[in-house]
Design a protein around this ligand. Structure first.
Ligand SMILES: *Cc1c(COP(=O)(O)O)cnc(C)c1O
Length: 357
């Protein structure tokens, strides 16, 4: 049974899009999914043409920041079947973010049904070129018209999709951030909530002005433990083991991160999660025992790190010959297009639900 009402466009914009040249984040597929939370329940599940929405200037999300999101991707296999990557992990994380921000859970079954139906409806928007994908952006925000700090009673949940070209992840240079923090233990760092990204903009801008790509966040209490970078988790490959900082409540629990851990363990590597200090990384670097370092996230999958600068050291890496990060990326990207066996059960083919005329 499908509770989702489909209201298809009669003016597709697909022919206006050049799949070989898609500006990232600006081109939206024909349809969006919307749902409304009112009177304590989710209702009005609709797929309709992507359009502007009307909001009251006192809409609470604008004032008090109850707003969360997810980011995931659909790809196509050799036969053109759209594939989703661990969609159930994304609804779990969305609801974890919702609980932290005092927002209602979104029903898991409706979420999965909505993703399948929306991706199927706009399946022709998934660029078939290798490395390209459809980026899926589910999000939820408070809609009460009210001035006053309290949890909103009403919400909207929506899903937008965007065709995106091959994400060329150039190696990133990082500045160890010694002044600002991204998240604190007990705060909202583990939630994919808007304010976290707003808070990161100024330190990121200052780092860019100093010639870096991004900042490497440290723990807010001692500036001793490594957290993460932008929208990526971090991995450090030492001579005898691979370490990623343990998620401590302040680090976003990346789904790419958990997939990489599974893959590396499956390949027989010693993968460890613990509170990793920047000092340990520096020591290993000085001894020549830091072999690779990379970030992981849905957008880039893997981005190698070319430089980490702290006040007392400027660590530079020649990442051109790194094998491990390359193999991780090749595996995940291969699985995403059905070229490599889905050993870990990450892939969910999109169910065909829409009769094409
Ligand atoms: C989304 C995000 C990540 C990466 O998560 P994935 O599920 O792998 O895409 C890492 N850090 C932050 C702060 C994020 O917002």
């Amino acid at each position: 049974m499908n509770m989702i009402k489909i209201n298809p466009t009669n003016a597709s914009r697909l022919s206006e899009v050049d799949f070989d040249n898609i500006p990232f984040g600006k081109v939206f597929s024909d349809h969006m999914f919307t749902a409304t939370y009112e009177g304590g329940q989710w209702k009005d599940f609709t797929i309709e043409p992507t359009r502007n929405i009307n909001v009251h200037p006192a809409m609470m999300a604008l004032h008090y920041g109850q707003s969360i999101f997810e980011g995931m991707k659909a790809t196509v296999d050799q036969d053109g079947t759209p594939l989703l990557f661990r969609p159930e992990k994304h609804i779990e994380r969305l609801n974890a973010s919702a609980r932290r921000m005092c927002m209602p859970d979104f029903p898991r079954d409706v979420f999965l049904d909505a993703i399948h139906t929306l991706v199927d409806t706009d399946r022709d928007w998934i660029p078939p070129q290798e490395g390209s994908a459809m980026y899926i952006r589910p999000f939820m925000f408070a809609t009460d018209e009210y001035i006053g700090v309290t949890a909103s009673k009403n919400y909207k949940f929506m899903i937008l999709t965007l065709p995106v070209g091959p994400y060329y992840s150039k190696p990133v240079s990082l500045k160890v951030e010694r002044k600002y923090v991204r998240a604190v233990r007990g705060g909202v760092g583990e939630a994919k909530t808007c304010g976290n990204y707003a808070a990161s903009l100024l330190p990121a801008k200052l780092a860019v002005e100093e010639g870096f790509d991004q900042v490497m966040w440290m723990d807010a209490h001692e500036f001793k433990y490594i957290q993460e970078v932008g929208t990526m988790n971090l991995f450090f490959v030492f001579k005898d083991r691979i370490v990623t900082p343990a998620t401590d409540g302040a680090i976003l629990k990346g789904i790419t991160r958990m997939s990489i851990i599974d893959y590396l363990k499956g390949e027989g590597h010693d993968v460890q999660e613990y509170p990793l200090t920047i000092d340990e990384v520096k020591e290993a670097y000085k001894k020549g025992e830091l072999v690779e370092a990379f970030g992981s996230g849905t957008a880039a999958v893997i981005a190698n790190i070319s430089r980490i600068k702290d006040t007392d050291i400027d660590m530079k890496f020649d990442e051109s010959h790194w094998e491990l990060s390359k193999s991780v990326k090749a595996f995940i990207n291969g699985v995403r297009i059905g070229k490599k066996a889905d050993k870990y059960g990450w892939i969910v083919p999109v169910k065909e639900q829409v009769e094409k005329s």
